[in-house]
Every structure is written in structure tokens, then in C-alpha cells.
Ligand binder design. Structure first.
Ligand code: DX5
Ligand code: ZN
Length: 231
């Protein structure tokens, strides 16, 4: 995949109909999603449980764009290979998930997949300075991970500016995850983010039987973000 900083919208299927993932993925892609964001939760690192590697492998044939797998699990190293085998294009691990972040990112890169590092709202940008050269993406959490539909945490905007400065001209995406709406998208886009995850703000008002609202929501978030970027 060639690198660019254009705005990409990555709907989180955490807000999809859990009995109908194949058609939900098809619907969001037909309605303009750039990436499909898959939130993996373990009931330990975060207080919720979602998808094992078997579920993620079942999503894979339905994804025509880019499968972005966000691992909110600890320990993470024992499961990297399984999520790579499941067909992830990008695997993101949390900086807080274990004591050996550098080793974790090396393990992701060793699978041949793209590697992301995620930061919780309570973790400083500087934490990942030493591993930036190992990653293809930094995921900045703007809610505490575990659930969709939470309120955007404003300090993520300043953290995004800091990370953008740290990255300089390196080809590293900045992803924002949590509370992204038409109101918050311009703030993070202006601060330097290029990949916007949105769960509730994309799936709101639509369904596989009535997917047009997904498209309206995706376009509205994209336009708001693009309008926030200084010329
Ligand atoms: C939270 C997840 C997010 C979440 C975003 O732990 O990582 O991807 O689904 O949901 P919204 O957009 O509703 O905040
Ligand atoms: Zn996520």
C-alpha cells in the first residue's frame, strides 16, 4: 500500500450488527469506508470481550479494502501470529500491554504485516519515541478503550500535534480512535491525524437493509476532517 496523508475513514465494526458481519462489512465498504477497523478485546486489558482469531479470519473474505486489527489484549505476543494468519493487514498493539513493546513490534513486523502502536489517554507521546522507527502507524486513543459510544477526550488533540512533530517526514500514519464525530474530526485532522476510526458515528441511523446513512455519515466525517486541515 502506498503511503499518503489523505484522510481515511475506518469504521469500527464494534458498532455493527454482531449477527451479520459479512454484510455489514460489505455495506460500509460500498458506502465509502477506506479501511475496516476490528477491535479485539480480551476482558483483561480492557473490560470487554470481542473477537478471537477465528472470528477475524471469518471477516477476512468480506474485506476488500484494508483490515486494520486493533489488539486490546495482554499479553499480546502469544497471539500475534494467529491474528496475522487470520489475515490482518495492520496489527496494532498497545504500548501499555506489556513490558517489552520493542519486542512486540518486532514480532508483528516479522509476520510481514504492517505494525501499529496504540497509546491510551493516560500514556504520554514520548513513551513511543524509541520505537517510532519500527511502526507504520501510531493509534492515539481518545477514549479509554473497551466500549464504543464514549465521549472524546480533548487532550488527544495536543498529543496528536506532539506525535505529528515526532514523526517528521517518516511515512507513519496517525490514527485517532474514540469519540470521532463531525465535531471532533476537524480538530484531530488539523493536528495531523490521517486515519479516523468511527464506530457509533458511522453506523448511526443505518443497517444492512438501509445502508445509505452509513455513506452519509462517512462523507460527513470525511468532509469535516478535510475542512479542518489548514491549506
Ligand atoms: C474502543 C475502540 C474503538 C471504538 C470506537 O475501545 O477501540 O474503536 O469502537 O467507537 P466510537 O467511534 O463509537 O467511539
Ligand atoms: Zn479501536
Amino acid at each position: 500500500m502506498s503511503f499518503d496523508r489523505s484522510i481515511k475513514i475506518a469504521p469500527s465494526i464494534l458498532s455493527a450488527d454482531f449477527a451479520d458481519f459479512g454484510r455489514e462489512i460489505q455495506a460500509i465498504e460500498e458506502q465509502g469506508a477506506d479501511w475496516v477497523h476490528v477491535d479485539v478485546m480480551d476482558g483483561h486489558f480492557v473490560p470487554n470481550l470481542t473477537f478471537g482469531p477465528t472470528a477475524v479470519a471469518a471477516f477476512r473474505p468480506h474485506v476488500r479494502t484494508f483490515m486494520d486489527v486493533h489488539l486490546m489484549i495482554a499479553p499480546v505476543d502469544p497471539y500475534i501470529e494467529a491474528y496475522a494468519q487470520a489475515g490482518a493487514d495492520m496489527i496494532t498493539a498497545h504500548a501499555e500491554a506489556g513490558p517489552h513493546l520493542h519486542r512486540t513490534l518486532q514480532a508483528i513486523k516479522a509476520t510481514g504485516k504492517m505494525a501499529g502502536v496504540a497509546l491510551n489517554p493516560g500514556t504520554t507521546a514520548e513513551t513511543i519515541g524509541p520505537v517510532l522507527d519500527l511502526v507504520d502507524m501510531v493509534l492515539i486513543m481518545t477514549v479509554n478503550p473497551g466500549f464504543g459510544g464514549q465521549k472524546f477526550i480533548q487532550s488527544g488533540v495536543e498529543k496528536t500535534q506532539t506525535i505529528r512533530r515526532m514523526i517528521g517526514d517518516r511515512p507513519i500514519h496517525i490514527q485517532i480512535d474514540g469519540g470521532v464525530t463531525v465535531e471532533t474530526a476537524p480538530l484531530v485532522a488539523a493536528a495531523g491525524a490521517d486515519v479516523l476510526v468511527a464506530g457509533s458515528a458511522v453506523f448511526r441511523g443505518g443497517s444492512v437493509a438501509n445502508p445509505a446513512p452509513y455513506g452519509q455519515n462517512i462523507r460527513a466525517i470525511r468532509e469535516a476532517a478535510e475542512a479542518g486541515i489548514p491549506c
